[in-house]
Design a protein around this ligand. Sequence first.
Ligand code: HEC
Length: 200
Amino acid sequence: MSENTPAWASSTTWKKVAIWVTGGSFVVLILLTFDSLSKTNPGAGKVPTYSVINQEIDYRMDEAKKHYMPVIGKDAPLFGKALSEQDAEALVALGKKTVQAKNCINCHTILGNGAYYAPDLTRAWLDPNWRSPAEREALMLAFLKDPQPTAVTFGSGRRMPRLGITDEEAHGVVAFLKWMSAIDTNGFPNNFKTINHQED
Ligand code: HEC
């Protein structure tokens, strides 16, 4: 390096800049990680606690926010039995593990991850194809355990294979799908007609 090299062009300056930028980005990344966790942990911000499966869940246009939002309503315990936070967490966890073990996202999308061969499952709990809130739980359980004879057709023109899901696992999957439908996903998917409000 010659003596007349200006400071901005010297390699020492750029090494220092590189170190500060890397260090600074690292700190920002850590702050963002904690910020995201504070919003995505169950019970914090956008994700409900697991016991939300004891409530009625809907999905409606929020005029102030200008996008669809989950709406938690009156008591409506899943399978007719209100669960403690701990028991609800265990049931949802069983469902989530089943969904992972059977690789549902090979065909479906869940919270933006997965494939579009089959319907998006993020709001599957609210799909009007389950006919009515009174019939839904039984229809979902039957469908998950043996999809072909019990399909209520979700408009895909495709068929879901039998995945060897046990009765207990099916209950977990339904709990997982109900819990997931109460997650605030910033309005995605949009324009969704729910089983409770088929008129809009
Ligand atoms: C090989 C592809 C495939 C896999 C893997 C698969 N599905 Fe499906 N699933 C489908 C297809 C196709 C449909 C639509 C059936 C129809 O239209 O009648 C469907 C429909 C559904 C529906 C109804 C959709 C709605 O809107 O309510 C649910 C719920 C569902 N699947 C859950 C699951 C779960 C849970 C798993 C994993 C345990 C899974 N699926 C794995 C292909 C698949």
